[in-house]
Design a protein around this ligand. Structure first.
Ligand code: ADP
Ligand code: ZN
Ligand code: ZN
Length: 729
């Protein structure tokens, strides 16, 4: 009998798999195992997709695999099928898709065994030294002692490094004195699980609908903020666990808060595995393996966890399903929301998509009868919806973007003992810097964009490419010394608030203030224990957090989304406004929302405020239908970029012509056009849009088109990528 041929997905940008002969010595072969194979001049780790009897390459020219890394398949048939579906649907090179499925350690070829994590802890002597203020002359050792003293379960070296920089030498010194030692990490103590509050009728109906589903069913759980959606998830998950199955919970990137994990741990009688980008490779591997073996009953994670293995899948929950972070925006551009539904369908299990502000795509799927609509229209436990007020900014004197009425409301709520949350989706001090004498504007040398002033760091930063430079002292054009920040960012509002409300703790929560591991937790602790009573933040504050003492939410600038060229901007604006407003009055205290705008009469804003999100979304859907835009049409975007402006357009012209010759009637080819920000990070960018009302027509064209794109003249002069179902154009 001749040995079978291994069909292997190899990490490479090529749109194909590669065949290999098995090595001399190998365990029983099966799809889903990893193999080391020669590829070009390197040895790489690939995934066996199939065992074939023959190959298009003559047997004597096939290369031989070096070794088989797993004795049993690492990826089961369900995951292999999901990846195959995704590679086909998103028209992405299979090798990169399969690599996405594996945690980094397994991608490098590590054994599929839990890594022994070690944490550093204070010894008894260490605690004594800490209390005695030792060591007095070694500030770095002292800082480490304090950190570890504040972490009863200890901290691993990776985490210490992100908190405190290079920690090797001070740790060694502390260990030599017998003040610190390593130990195996303690799993968070299993908390006694309590059953949760009695459900409201609408919640109970939703839980019953989900738990009585047999086989595949998709639910859109639309519930106003604070209506108890999470409570519904918890009950459905508990039922899944009771039936001996696992649940997969997907949350947006910034939704995975410590409070959420605590809530899940307190309620579910099972170990939780957690997957997100902030973990060390070892932690990721262990969580992945715990889900795969079934030892963790619940896996909770961000976008890429949709590909995590599950021994006994029983339920998929995706919270804040409208959130753009579920769409991967570079490389393999998949939608975790759509894949969650595909995965649930293949596994024959229910999937719950939850949101206070569902995406129009999901509402359309309800209209088409593909999703069942479950609604929670009231806040849980009798909490009242917030009262909303629009503050007309026209002809108002503004202090750093804050109007007198808003400042007065803030003062009143603080005096009444409440907390106040202000939202501004712009980090930094000011989004532009200009010269008062000559009008010079600080622009990014590599992008068509202005530099943002960061006053704390005394630097100018480009938020598009990351380039930065020192804050100039004088105008480079005229030498003028009066350089002014134009507009407001969170840093500037923070300073203004501190000036207006001295003595009230202000917390700023954005990507700058939370960069260090643990920083966000520290700020949130301060909010919860009342040290910070004024909060200013970006998107990061809009979602998921439960701040029971917040009674006023202020939206500093509601006009950002009203006049954008992107047809999705109004949908996003409405979702963000509703989510932010939802932070107000979530517990016993009634909440208010104050929205600053220069366009108080804007019809979209009016409709949202007076008719609410469901009616607003219905009107937007009608507009999309009229304009034949998604979700009433399906799109794919071909992007290209190069060092010159001409090359991307030339390549896309050729691609458009090719689509014209291949294309069936029914697929529109729009463009090419320069990207909305034509130059970014020194590269010129352009794009070509394909659109069809019938998805299969578009898919059929893409399949033939993508294979031919690489051979087009000009393809080698550009970097190109395809985005199926793009969410930002
Ligand atoms: P959502 O996920 O929709 O924002 P949550 O599930 O977080 O809502 O619920 C909001 C608050 O109301 C939480 O503090 C939660 O414990 C509480 N809650 C939810 N359901 C109930 C209920 N049936 N009875 C009492 N309190 C509830
Ligand atoms: Zn000047
Ligand atoms: Zn830039």
């Amino acid at each position: 009998m001749t040995a079978p041929i291994l069909r292997v997905a190899v990490p490479s940008p090529l749109y194909r798999c590669f065949d290999y002969l098995p090595p001399e010595q190998h365990p029983p072969l099966a799809p889903g195992q990893r193999v080391r194979v020669p590829f070009g001049r390197r040895i790489v780790v690939g995934v066996v997709l199939a065992l074939a009897a023959g190959s298009d390459v003559p047997r004597e020219r096939l290369r031989q695999a070096v070794s088989v890394l797993d004795t049993a398949p690492l990826l089961d048939a369900d995951l292999l099928a999901l990846a195959e579906w995704a590679a086909r649907y998103y028209h992405h090179p299979p090798g990169e898709v399969y690599a996405t499925l594996l945690p980094a350690a397994l991608r490098r070829g590590a054994a599929a065994r839990p890594t022994q994590l070690r944490v550093w802890q204070l010894t008894a002597d260490g605690h004594a030294a800490l209390a005695a203020g030792e060591p007095r002359r070694a500030p770095r050792q002292r800082a480490l002692l304090e950190r570890l003293g504040a972490s009863p379960h200890g901290l691993d070296a990776d985490t210490l490094r992100t908190l405190a920089g290079d920690v090797v030498a001070p740790l060694r010194a502390l260990a030599a004195r017998g003040w610190v030692a390593t130990a195996a990490p303690v799993a968070p103590a299993p908390t006694p699980t309590h059953p949760g509050p009695p459900l409201a009728a609408a919640q109970a109906e939703a839980v019953a609908a989900i738990t009585s589903a047999t086989g595949f069913a998709a639910f859109l759980l639309e519930g106003v903020t604070g209506s108890g959606k999470t409570e519904v998830y918890l009950r459905a998950i508990a039922a899944t666990l009771a039936a001996g199955r696992q649940a997969l919970v997907l949350v947006p990137e910034i939704g995975l808060t410590p409070q959420l994990l605590e809530r899940f741990r307190a309620r579910l009688p099972t170990p939780l595995a957690v997957l997100h980008s902030g973990l060390s490779d070892g932690e990721r591997l262990n969580a992945w393996l715990a889900a795969r073996s079934g030892s963790a009953g619940v896996l909770i994670g961000t976008r890429s966890a949709v590909f995590a293995p599950l021994a006994r899948p029983g339920l998929i929950v995706l919270d804040e399903e409208h959130d753009p972070s579920f769409k991967q925006q570079d490389g393999f551009r998949y939608s975790a929301r759509d894949l969650a539904v595909v995965r649930a369908h293949a596994a024959g299990i229910p999937v719950v998509l939850g949101s206070a502000t569902p995406a129009l795509e999901s509402l359309r799927n309800v209209q088409l009868g593909r999703y069942r609509h479950l609604r929670l229209d009231e806040r849980a436990a009798g909490a009242q919806p917030p009262a909303t007020e629009v503050i007309d900014l026209r002809r108002q004197g503004l202090d750093e973007g804050l109007s007198a009425p808003l400042l007065a409301r803030i003062g009143a709520h603080l005096d009444a003992g409440g907390q106040v949350l202000l939202f501004l989706n712009r980090r930094g001090y000011a989004p532009a810097l200009y010269c008062h004498a000559c009008g010079w504007l600080a622009e990014c040398p590599r992008c068509d964009a202005r530099m943002t002033v960061h006053r704390g760091r005394q630097r100018l930063l480009c938020h598009h490419c990351g380039s930065e430079r020192a804050l100039p002292r004088a105008c480079p054009d005229c030498g003028g010394a009066e350089l002014l920040g134009l507009g407001q960012g969170t840093e500037r509002i923070e300073a203004a608030l501190a000036r207006h409300f001295p003595g009230v703790g202000v917390a700023r929560i954005d990507r700058d203030s939370t960069r260090r591991k643990g920083a966000l937790e520290g700020l949130l602790d301060g909010v919860h224990d009342g040290r910070h009573r004024l909060l200013i933040g970006t998107q990061m504050l809009a979602k998921g957090h439960h701040f029971p003492e917040v009674t006023l939410v202020g939206v500093v600038d509601a006009d950002q989304g009203l006049f954008s060229a992107d047809f999705r901007a109004t949908e996003r604006m409405a979702q963000t406004l509703v989510q932010v407003a939802g932070r107000a009055g979530r517990a016993g205290r009634p909440g208010s929302v104050a929205i600053q705008t220069h366009h108080p009469d804007h019809p979209l804003l009016q409709r949202l405020l007076h008719a609410g999100y469901p009616a607003f979304a219905e009107a937007l859907l009608a507009e999309r239908r009229e304009a034949q835009l998604p979700p009433f049409a399906h799109q794919a975007l071909l992007r290209a970029e190069a060092a010159t402006a001409a090359a991307p357009l030339a390549f896309l012209d050729a691609a458009a012509a090719l689509a014209g010759t291949l294309g069936p009637a029914g697929v529109e080819v729009l463009g090419p056009v320069p990207a909305p920000m034509e130059r970014r990070a020194g590269r010129h960018r352009a794009q070509l849009l394909l659109q069809a009302v019938e998805r299969p027509l578009l898919q059929a064209l893409l399949a033939r088109w993508v294979e031919a794109l690489a051979a087009l003249p000009g393809a080698r002069q550009v970097r190109w990528s395809l985005d199926v179902d793009p969410v930002d154009l």
